[in-house]
Design a protein around this ligand. Structure first.
Ligand code: PYL
Length: 271
């Protein structure tokens, strides 16, 4: 998973991306509605009683400036109560537990989890990002069953996305510059591995791009629907003109998906 940098997430706390209005235009849903749908819930849920602590983690490459503040803001936009602990690492985790929170959110260089204290269960960001962007793609495409869908990137997010899209009845192909990684998913999940990334992209209308790659507009189909959590994120003018929708944000959709899914572990909600 590509490591975020402060400049990529600086707009998240104040939602300068205005993500909901962009998603409503492309998918007809808000971030919260997409996250609820990813958790199998098709009605609104009041999360105002959910208390969340975001714990900064200093291990490995350390704190990313603005990361905990961004997670805190995303969770608040879902209607949950949230704060960033004064302490970091185990100290911060202990503070959260002593405060009696319902959920702890924290990330090291390899894993970002939403841990539900009552259910003693967590949801991670790889699944959350894959699910969130798959739900966005399904809505922007007006349904995905029976449609040809390409997943670019056979990493942690792509591997989850392949399974999710296949479970919805899409005809899933997967491609990766490391062809053996795509082949491994073909063997594991019965999807189709395509050896050439550029050919694969040029021959698909519905795409979930989970790779840290930038693609020239000449490869984008007219009317393409591209759900793309990958960072760095960039599409040239030709690509932006040809695509019907390009769904992207640096952190919010994946974080909202994992927070909603984990919160629901300990809530009685009709599905
Ligand atoms: C979770 C993000 C989504 C994309 N890449 C992932 C990433 O950058 N992970 C590293 C997160 C480190 C956070 C740091 C802190 O500030 O607590 N340990």
């Amino acid at each position: 998973m590509t490591r975020l940098t402060p400049d990529l997430i600086e707009g998240v706390p104040d939602d300068t991306l205005d993500l909901d209005s962009r998603l409503l235009k492309m998918c007809g849903k808000t971030v919260k509605q997409l996250a609820l749908e990813g958790a199998g819930v098709y009605h609104d849920v009041d999360f105002s009683k959910m208390r969340v602590a975001c714990v900064p983690i200093t291990s490995g490459m350390g704190i990313i400036g603005g990361f905990s503040k961004s997670v805190d803001a995303i969770v608040r936009r879902l209607g949950m109560q949230s704060y960033v602990t004064a302490g970091t690492d185990v100290n911060g985790f202990q503070q959260a537990i002593r405060d009696g929170v319902d959920m702890v959110m924290m990330a090291d260089d390899a894993m970002f989890v939403a841990y539900n204290v009552h259910a003693a269960r967590s949801t991670n960001n790889s699944w959350g990002t894959a699910m969130g962007y798959a739900v966005a793609l399904k809505n922007a495409a007006g349904g995905i069953e029976g449609k040809d869908v390409l997943v670019i990137g056979a990493g942690l997010v792509g591997t989850e996305a392949v399974q999710i899209l296949k479970s919805w009845g899409a005809n899933v192909s997967v491609t990766d510059i490391k062809t053996e990684k795509a082949k491994a998913l073909e063997e594991r999940f019965g999807v189709k591995a395509l050896p050439d990334v550029e050919d694969a992209l040029a021959s698909h209308r519905y795409i979930l791009n989970a790779a840290p790659a930038i693609f020239p507009g000449r490869l984008i189909q007219e009317g393409a629907v591209i759900s793309t959590p990958g960072v760095p994120h960039y599409f040239d003018e030709e690509g932006r003109k040809k695509a019907k929708a390009i769904i992207h944000d640096p952190l919010e959709i994946g974080t909202a998906m994992m927070a909603v899914n984990s919160a629901l572990f300990s809530m009685e909600v009709s599905k």
